[in-house]
Ligand binder design. Structure first.
Ligand code: FAD
Ligand code: NAD
Length: 400
């Protein structure tokens, strides 16, 4: 019999872990495995706030795909996925011919959610990708470099706005606020010229997170010069700043958008039933009504029955789903029983720049250097899962 074709879309947390685990589940003669992704490198979305603010080189967050997957076992196509044609089991790509599949794993990640706020795509930095991070970093430095070259330097050149005090917004401002003193020194700019705002629609920063840790984070960031505007949705982004719900305008040459995510537009484009681009998957992680299509990571939606709402989309869940999917692909191919996915949420740790962080692990609250240590260990653990000790030593972070 001919070997079935397994096709994996997206080389992020979900796709990479599926690819590496599947080669352990299946032998060479069991299936042809193909991975398709936009770039010839894998990048760590969870580290991107660092290169975006310029506290870590972007190359530290990415690695050539060939260095991680075994090309003798997995075929790689660098291309952009345009559409999943689920009726004929093919995927349309931007440059290459359609690819056929017998089993599909969709792990294309997320795109920014704007909630209909006008001007986001035109006037803000919103791409949490390597290319997006490089652009943010260069732009921030350029604002500092421009300042003394303007006849009448406008303060808004040095006003930085972060939209959304979720984990992405908080982690980004943590890095930026940590770097600002160095930038001021480098570009001969008095520190009081720099303004940093975090603007949040909900009644608190990090809604739903431990209030004591939220307070710790806000105090620390305020001490670094960050001003919070809480309970204040941004209603428009303009070329020269933002408009708030109460009508106030804040002028700024730099608006960084971090108000949440929705699933990759390929999901909607391909006609899957979805909520904000995310498919509510069956317990075995297949798309309802599609026996041969798995959807994982930020494109999937898994309900936390206890809380009666979806789990927030995280790398933690994407990687755990990938392990289940690798097993379930094997089960489908071998005609065995599929397993159900049960998330095992270990906790949440967020960096605040420098050696600062906050987190909850199990039922333990962490802050300061112990949280920072834990955050670095979590970052390293992922490298370990993906590529063992070799990759961890090569790309890992020093936790001390
Ligand atoms: P991703 O890892 O984003 O991968 C998607 C892949 O698909 C990418 O390689 C992309 O290039 C590729 N792709 C996209 N579109 C196409 C296309 N059309 N064609 C081909 N390829 C395509 N979660 C945590 O658990 N812990 C954290 O500490 C954490 N920190 C974060 C920090 C930041 C700054 C951000 C932005 C997010 C963070 N998250 C964190 C969330 C986490 O990054 C995501 O939940 C996770 O990346 C989802 O994994 P994924 O595999 O679905 O998508
Ligand atoms: P999020 O949805 O967690 O937070 C977005 C925030 O923006 C919310 O607090 C929301 O109230 C606010 N907001 C929405 N519209 C707004 C508006 N018009 N004006 C002002 N504020 C507005 O999104 P995120 O921070 O991008 O995170 C995305 C996912 O990635 C989440 O699941 C998160 O848990 C995960 N993540 C985890 C970590 C970590 O564990 N360290 C870090 C980053 C992201």
């Amino acid at each position: 019999a001919t070997k079935p074709n397994v096709l994996i879309l997206g080389a992020g947390y979900g796709g990479m872990v599926t690819a590496t685990k599947i080669t352990k589940q299946l032998g060479h003669n069991d299936a042809n495995v193909t991975l398709v992704s936009k770039h010839n490198y894998h990048y760590q979305t969870t580290w991107l706030h660092e290169p975006a603010a310029g506290t870590l080189h972007h190359d530290r967050t990415r690695m050539p795909i060939d260095n991680v997957i075994d090309r003798n076992k997995i075929n790689f196509i660098q291309d952009e996925v345009v559409k999943i044609n689920k009726e004929d089991n093919t995927v349309s790509l931007k440059e290459n011919e359609d690819v056929e599949y017998d089993y599909l794993v969709t792990a294309l990640g997320a795109v920014p959610e704007t909630f209909g706020v006008p001007g986001v795509f035109e006037h803000s930095f919103n791409k949490w990708t390597v290319n997006g991070a490089r652009e943010m970093k260069e732009h921030i430095e350029y604002m500092f470099a421009r300042y003394h070259n303007e006849e009448d330097p406008k303060d808004d050149l040095l006003t930085f706005i972060v939209a959304g005090a979720g984990f992405t917004g908080i982690e980004f401002i943590g890095e930026l606020s940590e770097r600002v003193p160095d930038l001021c020194k480098e570009y001969d700019i008095p520190k009081n010229k720099v303004k940093m705002y975090v603007i949040e629609a909900a009644p608190t920063a990090l809604p739903g997170f431990d209030p004591e840790l939220v307070e710790y984070a806000m105090n620390l960031l305020e001490n670094r010069g960050v001003e919070f505007k809480i309970n204040m949705p941004i209603s428009e982004v303009k070329e020269d700043g933002v408009v708030l719900k109460d009508g106030e305008e804040i002028k700024s040459a730099t608006v960084v958008w971090a108000t949440g995510v929705r699933g990759n537009p390929v999901i909607e484009e391909s006609g899957f039933e979805n909520m904000r681009g995310r498919v509510k998957v069956d317990p075995d992680l297949r798309a309802p009504g599609h026996d041969n299509i798995f959807i994982i990571g930020d494109c999937s939606l898994v309900i936390n029955e206890e809380a009666d709402r979806p789990y927030p989309p995280t790398a933690q869940i994407a990687m755990q789903q990938a392990e289940t999917v690798a097993k379930n692909l094997r089960a489908l191919i071998k005609g065995e029983q599929l397993s159900e996915f049960t998330p095992d949420i270990k906790g949440t740790v967020a960096s605040l720049g420098g050696k600062e962080a906050i987190g909850v692990v199990g039922n333990k609250k962490l802050f300061g250097t112990s949280a920072n240590f834990m955050k670095k260990m979590i970052d390293n653990r992922y490298l370990w899962i993906l590529g063992g000790i070799g990759l961890t030593l090569k790309k890992g972070k020093n936790p001390f």
